[in-house]
Write a protein of this length. Structure first.
Length: 228
C-alpha cells in the first residue's frame, strides 16, 4: 500500500484551515492543521511532505516560518506553498526567494490548489538513482536523485530552486539560458513569476558556491551560463 503524503496547513483562519484539511483528507492525503506559526513550530515539521503556509498571521508570519524551516537542515528540503491574500510582486518574490515551491493567491479554487499540490509533490519525490546521476565540474558535484550539492568535499544545503537552477547550468556548460528559459524549467508553467526572481536566486547561488561563483557568467541582455 502506498504511504499517504503528509501535508500541514498553517493558517490563522480556523474555518478555512479545517475545510482545506478535510478536502485534503478526501483526496487521499493525511492532513494536519496549525492556526499559528508558533503552533506549527511545536510540531515535527520534518515529518511532513508539504507545508501550506498563510503569510499574514500573528507574531510570526508565514515568511518568517518559512525562513526558519529553510535555515534548519532537517526541514530545509520540505516543500512550501504560500497560500495568501497578499498578491503583490514583492510578496511573491520574497516567498520564492526563500525557496518556496509555489504561491497561490486567495481566493483560490480547490481544484487549482490541488493541482499545484500534485505538481509540487511530484517534483519533490525522489528520482530513481542512476549510475550517471551526478553532474559536476571539478569539486562542484550535484546529485539530483537525493538533491545533494557538494563543494570541494563539503555538503552545501541549497533550497530546491537554487539547486535546480545550478543543476541546469552545470549540466549544460557554455550554453546561455535566458531568464524565461530558466523560469520555464524550474517553475511550473502556470505560475506567474517575475524575471528578477531568477537574478535573486543566481546572486544567492554565487554567494554560496565559493570559488565556482566565477563560473556563472552573466550575458547582458541574454541571461546566464556556466563556463568550464
Amino acid at each position: 500500500m502506498t504511504e499517504k503524503k503528509k501535508i500541514l496547513v498553517v493558517d490563522d483562519e480556523e474555518t478555512l484551515c479545517e475545510a482545506l484539511a478535510f478536502n485534503l483528507d478526501a483526496e487521499g492525503y493525511e492532513a494536519d492543521t496549525a492556526n499559528s506559526a508558533e503552533e506549527a513550530l511545536a510540531l515535527d515539521l520534518s515529518a511532513y511532505d508539504l507545508v501550506i503556509l498563510d503569510i499574514m498571521m500573528g507574531a510570526i508570519s508565514g515568511i518568517q516560518l518559512a525562513a526558519i524551516m529553510k535555515s534548519n537542515p532537517k526541514t530545509a528540503g520540505v516543500p512550501v506553498i504560500f497560500c495568501t491574500a497578499k498578491d503583490s510582486e514583492d510578496d511573491m518574490v520574497s516567498g520564492l526567494d526563500l525557496g518556496a515551491d509555489d504561491y497561490v493567491v486567495k481566493p483560490y479554487s480547490l481544484k487549482t490548489l490541488l493541482a499545484r499540490i500534485r505538481t509540487v509533490l511530484r517534483r519533490s519525490s525522489p528520482a530513481p538513482r542512476r549510475d550517471s546521476d551526478s553532474v559536476s565540474y571539478k569539486g562542484l558535484v550535484l546529485t539530483p536523485s537525493n538533491k545533494v550539492c557538494m563543494v570541494d568535499g563539503a555538503e552545501l544545503k541549497l533550497p530546491r530552486k537554487e539547486f535546480e537552477i545550478l543543476q541546469l547550468l552545470v549540466a549544460n556548460p557554455d550554453r546561455v539560458f535566458t531568464r524565461n528559459e530558466i523560469l520555464s524549467v524550474v517553475w511550473p508553467e502556470e505560475v506567474i513569476v517575475a524575471d528578477r526572481v531568477v537574478d535573486v536566486n543566481i546572486t544567492r547561488i554565487r554567494q554560496k558556491i565559493g570559488r565556482y561563483s566565477k563560473n556563472i557568467i552573466t550575458r547582458s541582455g541574454y541571461g546566464y551560463m556556466f563556463v568550464k
